[in-house]
Write a protein that binds this ligand. Structure first.
Ligand code: NAP
Length: 269
């Protein structure tokens, strides 16, 4: 099986990556292949897994990811830095087992007459404005829904719902749902201006289009990436036809992860 390692630059991550590489080299069943891997092992945190996802985005349907965390427990990382040998044993016994999660499709039209862009996010996409209020139309299934005024909007996947979305009071969604959530960032609500004021969640056969009044002064992100600065006509968000696959050698219950990460103290502690 062809395996690649994608590591962050921390000293623990570098050490784990070197150990892994040596064990892969010694294995009869595994080959290191950074260009055309079947398995990508990300070593670091959730941010590292996000970077690995975008690094291998062109072959996302052919890859299964595995995450080793070298800091605190992550949402995309199941293995600890001291479990390298157990992970290599699991890779050698691999029988293709996987679990997959929804991704966010982002289609952007520009006002400069140039080509449109399509991209895919694992966590979320945000549209924000920092030098003044962002004013946008929000359409659902091409029908006008509301005029948003505020700092911005965050559109996230279920696995991304524990990231930026949570910081702006979005709901945490189990990744078993095929859904996309839109959360507001500091909307203006008074007698004159009104938004829904709560997150909304759309199913696979619906889409959301955001049309900024001002095409120029917006910041558009796709996970940790800044989308290039061109005047935006509209952005359409929907659930992607692609999914991210993880090699599932062990199972950590999603709600256990949420509780461990955000609550920490348990009844029996
Ligand atoms: P970063 O600013 O270095 O890290 C942001 C934090 O988000 C890290 O602690 C990271 O965990 C964590 N994280 C990433 N994905 C997560 C997920 N699905 N669930 C829970 N936590 C998650 O940036 P980065 O490492 O390049 O990550 C980019 C992400 O940062 C964006 O996709 C966005 O979700 C998040 N972000 C959040 C805010 C906010 O909450 N106000 C603002 C900007 C960006 P690790 O430490 O394990 O890497």
């Amino acid at each position: 099986m062809r395996v690649a390692i994608y590591s962050n630059d921390g000293s623990t991550s570098n050490k784990v990556a070197s150990q892994l590489k040596a064990k892969i080299k010694d294995s009869d069943k595994l080959n290191y292949d950074g260009l055309n891997p079947e398995i990508v092992i990300s070593v670091g945190g959730d941010g590292t897994l996000l970077s690995a996802f975008h690094h291998y985005i062109d072959s996302i349907n052919k890859i299964r990811f595995v995450g080793i965390h070298t800091g605190h427990l992550g949402f995309y990382t199941d293995w600890r830095d001291y479990e390298v040998q157990q992970l290599v044993d699991s890779l050698e016994d691999d029988n293709g087992q996987s679990v997959s999660y929804p991704l966010l499709s982002i289609d952007i039209k520009y006002k400069d007459g140039g080509p449109s862009d399509s991209m895919v996010a694992l966590n979320e996409s945000t549209l924000k404005r920092v030098n003044g209020t962002m004013v946008t139309d929000v359409n659902i299934k091409d029908e006008f829904f509301e005029k948003f005024r505020g700092d911005g909007l965050c559109v996230s996947t279920p696995t991304g719902s524990t990231a930026y979305n949570k910081s702006v009071s979005g709901a945490i969604i189990s990744p078993q749902f095929n859904a996309v959530q839109v959360s507001e960032m500091a909307s203006i609500n008074n007698r004159v201006f009104r938004t829904l004021g709560s997150p909304i969640i759309i199913p696979p056969n619906e889409w959301i289009t955001i049309i900024p009044d001002d095409p120029y002064h917006n910041i558009l992100t796709c996970d940790q990436l800044l989308v290039k600065n061109r005047p935006i006509e509209s952005i359409t968000y929907s659930i992607s036809n692609d999914r991210i696959y993880f090699a599932q050698y062990r199972h950590t219950h999603f709600w256990k992860r949420v509780s461990n990460s955000f609550i920490g103290v348990h009844k029996d502690d």
